[in-house]
Design a protein around this ligand. Sequence first.
Ligand SMILES: Nc1ncnc2c1ncn2[C@@H]1O[C@H](COP(=O)(O)OP(=O)(O)O)[C@@H](O)[C@H]1O
Ligand SMILES: [Mg+2]
Length: 409
Amino acid sequence: MAITVLVADPKSVSRQELVGLLGRDRNLEVLGDAREGNEAVEMARSLRPDLVLLDASVTAPDAVSTVENLLLASGETAVIVLIDGVNIDMVRRLMRSGARDVLVKPVAVDDLLSTIRTVHHSMARQRAAMEAGIETGGGAGNLIAVYSPQGGSGKSILAANLGVALAKALDASTQKGRVALVDLNLQFGDIDLMLNLSPDNTIAGLAQKGSIGLDAELIEQYLATHEESGLRVLPAPSSPQHAESITVYTVEQILDLMRANYAWTIVDTPSQLQDTTLAALDAATTILLVATLDLLAVHKTRVALDMLRQLYAPEKIQIVLNRANSETGITVPEVEESLGVPIRLQIPSDGRTVVPSVNEGKPFVIHNAQTAIGRRLNDFALELLGRETGSAPTTGAIKSNFLQRWFAP
Ligand SMILES: Nc1ncnc2c1ncn2[C@@H]1O[C@H](COP(=O)(O)OP(=O)(O)O)[C@@H](O)[C@H]1O
Ligand SMILES: [Mg+2]
């Protein structure tokens, strides 16, 4: 059955262009097009389209109110908004008002069509789950998404070492194979290198199995094992061109199944907020938002935090400060003040340990467990598991003689 679409755009040229373009796809049926917000709402009320494609420049009323009114008029309709230029504040307001996705113009035709399919799939899945009385994302396990808007902030070293630390701790207590790590850096994943794995399979192979019919048993066949710890790993594609084939729908299914089957699933993400990243943040029981001690990173973290707080309960989002004792001119209390929330975990800077660990694929929570950084992450894993750590809490400050000297009055 074709996906039914309504187009709303005040500019007649781009409106006609969109209608023409969508009309050429035989999986889509354009039910109509509107100039103004209210007109679109009235049409949606009577036509009940699967999807409204709304240009953010719409007026009478503005885009945010139009999205709200569309959802009131036709609850099962999904709204995708097209905006001119990245404007995080606008994106946030649109998402808050209930838009399912926001695309920045100019949008490639392929991207537009794949977003339409993905949003439609995900709506259909939610509906099916609701009818079957199942809550989506309701698996029993914990899912920790490691996110940061800043590249190079230490997401992957944290994800890899936390996964290994949790697996090791549970392995020692005979709860073997209860921890998994998913590398959602679909273009340039590096978890396999960090853990010295040479995987036969990746998430790309799993995605090829189709978005339907994934089950836990199939996923198991695509996981590699980090032998030293027992951690199970779903690696990223070996080549960036395979990233496109992995839809948000596939990722949602994988994460649901992982949560149902693993006590702990760690998800490493890229810094771009693409739909698959958002799927991981949605599925997460905890988001570790990684910041570092520099102004730009703190600023980006604050913007990301503002957005996440609109979407999720505050306790779901926890701040990690990586390289917390770096000599940058910003202090930990200043970061906390700027973010308006306390830091949950401070990770010291230790290039001598981290760089060889990454290069050799030997996680420092095993191979340099006695270093400050090794202890920090092992302790944090035990804290998550609710056990005694025997050392200072991971929230505690890291001593930095340099900083103390530098900031002495
Ligand atoms: N705590 C740390 N101490 C020293 N170097 C670090 C630390 N955290 C990260 N790094 C360095 O930064 C690089 C990028 O980290 P990575 O985890 O790959 O970042 P991201 O995944 O956020 O892009 C690492 O390869 C390492 O060299
Ligand atoms: Mg990374």
